[in-house]
Design a protein around this ligand. Structure first.
Ligand code: CAP
Ligand code: MG
Length: 412
């Protein structure tokens, strides 16, 4: 039986005719052998030679190991291996992030990066609004967007949720959002909540303050478009989707729906199951690229190493840069820094992130001794201090809400 080699190290290939994947591999096998097993498993091979694989099939559809450097392996999968109209992101993931994670011979394996050829990228539309569109809606051209997550995550009534949003907006915040676990529970029906929040947003607008609130429409695939259109008709100014639990296709169908005229905020809850281990799973960078292709307008990317969630400055910066990269056919996507954020860490975060970010705090607002409005003011004052390049302690001398927050949580 003929056997085929998946090794094409140093060979010239047309990168724009392949999906190029970068993997970090932990194995006892010689790296070339491990790389071949990976390329075979994800394309035309399996654990033994097969009589049904001929030269043509192998040449046209076989994955190619094109680089091996230390524990990093780069594999090029022919574009013909993929089908976008029927298949889409689910089929893409089955190749670039499928069975390979279960191969016993590969102790650990992590998809670090993926690059798509123009033939695939042109089949995606990207964000409808993007970072610039969000800034336009909020009339916030330069300063970081600053927001909150309504806390507690669950339990508040629609009326109390709307009050929270009004207080947060009165304190100067530009954004608020439902928490990732809140959708349509009995204690807070989504219709009543959306309508009550819309009243708060309208009241703030009358008082001269622009704000959007992301209503969480994460639900089953057969319902998500209708639910999103419903919340929009009830006055929602933004919608939110948990992309990992709902699937990338959920983001895509909402972003591409011409009837949906509000930005899509993308939460990544559950991502830690496969992004946390630096040697096994999928890095946030491929996730960020897929969400931008699918049309997310804003995506959680971490706090660049200062917040409560696991994340490295480098890893989070890679995702942040990918959100804002200009030489991509899609609009830029607003990077969202959230998770254990409080005013005393804003300056450090902005040093690493730059100003084109959306910074969110739940506990950092609702936990302020002065309540939600003063908590919001403390966050805005910290952002203003960083924006104007003034030391946060100095700025707090004339801004009591910030002073209180620094006294409570300190400076990081
Ligand atoms: C933050 C948060 C967000 C996390 C998600 C939470 O609240 O609402 O879901 O930021 O993590 O539930 O923890 P706090 P990530 O501000 O009170 O921490 O942004 O890393 O995806
Ligand atoms: Mg949350």
């Amino acid at each position: 039986m003929k056997t085929y080699s998946y090794l094409h190290i140093g060979e010239k290939i047309d990168r724009d005719a392949h999906v190029i994947c970068k993997y970090r591999v932990t194995t006892d096998l010689p790296m070339e052998k491990a790389a071949e097993a990976l390329a075979a498993e994800q394309s035309t091979g399996t654990w033994t030679g097969i009589s049904t694989l001929d030269e043509d099939i192998f040449r046209n559809y076989g994955g190619k190991v094109i680089e091996i450097e230390g524990d990093v392996v780069v594999i090029a999968f022919p574009e013909e291996d993929f089908c976008i109209e029927n298949g889409g992101i689910p089929q893409i993931l089955s190749i670039v992030a499928g069975n390979l994670f279960g191969l016993d011979a590969l102790h650990k394996i992590r998809l670090e990066d993926v690059d798509f050829p123009s033939g695939i990228l042109k089949k995606y539309k990207g964000p409808k609004f993007g970072a610039d569109g969000l800034r336009k809606i909020l009339d916030r051209p330069e300063k970081p967007l600053v927001g909150t997550i309504v806390k507690p995550k669950i339990g508040l009534s629609p009326k109390d949720t709307a009050k929270y949003v009004y207080e947060a907006g009165s304190g100067g915040l530009t954004n608020s959002k439902d928490d990732e676990t809140l959708v349509d529970q009995k204690f807070c029906p989504i219709e009543d909540r959306t309508k009550a929040i819309a009243e708060s947003i309208d009241r703030l607008k009358e008082e001269g303050h622009k704000m959007v609130h992301a209503v969480n429409v994460s639900t089953n695939g057969d319902k998500i478009v209708q639910l999103a259109e419903d919340v929009q008709s009830w006055g929602a100014s933004q919608i939110m989707v948990d992309v990992i639990t709902c699937g990338f296709a959920a983001v895509q169908v909402l972003a591409e729906d011409p009837k949906i005229k509000v930005p899509v905020h993308v939460h990544r809850t559950m991502h830690g199951a496969f992004t946390k281990d630096p040697l096994h799973g999928i890095a946030m960078l491929p996730i960020t690229k897929l969400v931008r292709m699918c049309g997310g307008d804003a995506l959680h990317i971490g706090t660049l190493g200062v917040g409560k969630m696991t994340g490295t400055v480098e890893g989070d910066q890679d995702s942040l840069e990918e959100c804002l990269k200009k030489d991509v056919r899609f609009k830029t996507m607003m990077p969202v820094c959230s998770g254990g954020v409080y005013p005393g860490m804003i300056a450090t975060m902005i040093k690493a992130s730059g100003l084109n970010v959306q910074i969110q705090a739940g506990g950092g607002v609702a936990g302020h001794p002065g309540g939600v409005r003063k908590g919001a003011m403390g966050m805005c004052q910290a952002i203003d201090a960083a924006f104007e390049g003034i030391d946060v302690s100095k700025y707090a001398e004339t801004h009591p809400e910030l002073r209180t927050a620094l006294d409570k949580w300190g400076i990081k």
